[in-house]
Design a protein around this ligand. Sequence first.
Ligand code: ZN
Length: 99
Amino acid sequence: MDAPEGPFGTKEAPAVIQSYYDKRIVGCPGGEGEDEHDVVWFWLEKGKPHECPVCSQYFALEVIGEGGPPDGHGDDHHHCERILAPEPNKTLESSQINV
Ligand SMILES: [Zn+2]
């Protein structure tokens, strides 16, 4: 997950976070030097600027895609079938044939 970069967001000039959907999770690492803090994660929604509770940095969401809810994109961590794994059985069979 990428943390926002660029100038510190303020109420007048929020840090703009781009998203393909109407909301996304954003992590705030604070400002530089003494303003830095452990990353705080929160949902940022379109049209709802968010103020970090720790450093009071402001974030605003910019939708760069089709918008809509981010269903099926990270909310559910029970999908494990897409993990790519080698198939050792096939490799074994083909090597046996070659010998
Ligand atoms: Zn912060």
